[in-house]
Design a binder for this molecule. Sequence first.
Ligand code: AMP
Length: 395
Amino acid sequence: MKTLTDFNFRDKKAIIRVDFNVPLNDKFEVTDATRIEAAKPTIDKILADGGSVILMSHLGRPKGVQDEFSLRHIVDRTAEILGRPVTFASDCVGHIAENASQNLKQGEVLLLENLRFYKEEEAGDIEFSKQLASLGDIYVNDAFGTAHRAHASTTIIAQFFPESRCFGLLLAKEIESLNKVLNNSVKPVTAVLGGSKVSSKITVIENVLDKIDHMIIGGGMTFTFIKALGGKIGNSICEDDKLELALDILAKAKEKNVQIHLPVDVVAANAFANDAETQVVDVNAIPDGWQGLDAGPKSLEQIKDVILNSKTILWNGPLGVFEMDSFSNGTIELGNFIAEATQKGAFSLVGGGDSVAAVKQFGFEPKMSYVSTGGGAMLEMLEGKNLPGISAIMC
Ligand code: AMP
């Protein structure tokens, strides 16, 4: 696996695929610059070597050229974060981009216009990829969020740099963190799988069963398991067509010596609303008209024990409807347990979708070993898939 540290960028132009797909407000100001900040270490290392940097990214989902999706809106903020001037090329290929690249000097940064102004980007067009490739001497991929897409700038371009392509620091960290959980993990390994549906997590569950010792099941998907086991779930969310699948997962887990931890009690509500009436009930005896919306106190006690005794923890999916204050306690408590385990030396990875949102919302981000930046890409890695953007650098 080649990373930035395998190259000296002196007098080289690095063309970096970054993920600057940042949210903008109606004045076209960047409202969350996390992704730009995350790319800074890679850019700084190249400039410190004595190289120059060409940044390419997409922004939103434009249909052809649309000014509202122009990356010119983020030039000033990028310059502010990098602490140096950033030149903008109003096209990502052709004469404008070529001239801008030719004029680029040591220590300078150039940002290209939105790649998705060309349909060739998402189509993975080889000619378009070749044109992009002609702008730089070394190709760096630091965009984990798009690593599961075989687009021109994320994958196809790599073939034009057979000896001079590598992962940026951010992407390398994502791969390394996932390896620490799935391949080189310190036992006991615990996966916490929550969220609303079994169906959206089934491939992840199947892939991780071989690699873990404990699986904590929580959130809405609990009730498909409980119903399959004969419990009474009232009006709780349930996928009736997945009951057999749930039993199959439990059987496979037993075969592989994975201990499954299902909740024993839940906070049930008489409506899907923050101000609904609530009561704590046995998970197998939820009254009709009531639905389980958060983990109960006994379940949290059980989870605490498992988490605090784990050396490797993967967290994907909330334990309840954390978007509503009344049902956020389970997810917050889980965050506290994982933070405590991490402080005691466990490695914790939070990845894939809503758990990342929850971790950010409740301020747990600095207390976890690693919080993944790529929702869909992380999910596909957890599912055991090869990501084209990663394979293209490795092969
Ligand atoms: P997912 O995208 O599958 O990770 O699911 C995340 C969503 O699951 C969040 O929006 C939660 O509000 C929701 N969720 C978690 N627990 C429950 C529950 N007991 N009932 C209904 N929805 C839930």
